[in-house]
Design a protein around this ligand. Structure first.
Ligand SMILES: [Fe+2]
Ligand SMILES: [Fe+2]
Length: 177
């Protein structure tokens, strides 16, 4: 069962998320995308959960704006398909940091497993813009730039909320009966 952070709908079973599910079903069920569950991302989430959040928010925002929400949702789920733990992976000599290089790696992996069109490729390769210097070509690529940052903030917030919640609970003395 999958759920985007902040959403109350279970992607696979909720009627409200059924359109989204139909759009991304093949990607969501693929082994290569499930592999992202092994890698941590933004403190409290896995790479898979983060990608699901970005994909779902992309879908909602692009649909509202009358943009191509199907491609935005699909590319969103693939945008961080780099498949390594960027906290421990050692950089090769002269290689730029993860933030600059991983969109290319994600796109290469995605292309090996899924058919992508030019718009989906642009959404993935430019999601770190302006780090990746070339300007996004499509409005959906600008949406992912924002949704990626927004998701990271929401994920960070949920991590600290959990931490603070636990700390406060630890300090409340249990009532003696
Ligand atoms: Fe990324
Ligand atoms: Fe991301």
């Amino acid at each position: 069962m999958s759920k985007a952070l902040g959403s109350k709908y279970t992607i696979e079973y909720s009627e409200k998320a059924s359109e989204y599910y139909e759009i991304v079903k093949d990607i969501l069920q693929s082994d290569i995308v499930k592999e992202m569950k092994q890698y941590k991302h933004h403190y409290s989430t896995t790479c898979f959960q983060h990608s699901l959040n970005v994909s779902y928010y992309n879908y909602i925002v692009c649909k509202k704006l009358g943009l191509n929400y199907k491609q935005a949702a699909r590319a969103g789920l693939l945008h961080d398909l780099f498949l390594y733990d960027w906290r421990v992976e050692k950089r090769k000599k002269g290689e730029l940091p993860h933030g600059f290089t991983h969109p290319k790696r994600a796109l290469e992996n995605a292309k090996q497993h899924f058919e992508l069109d030019k718009r989906e490729e642009d959404i993935i390769i430019k999601h770190m813009w302006p780090l990746t210097v070339k300007l996004p070509k499509y409005p959906e690529s600008y949406v992912i730039v924002m949704m990626d940052k927004y998701s990271a903030v929401v994920e960070l917030g949920s991590y600290f909320k959990g931490k603070v919640g636990t700390k406060i609970k630890d300090h409340i003395p249990s009532r003696k009966h």
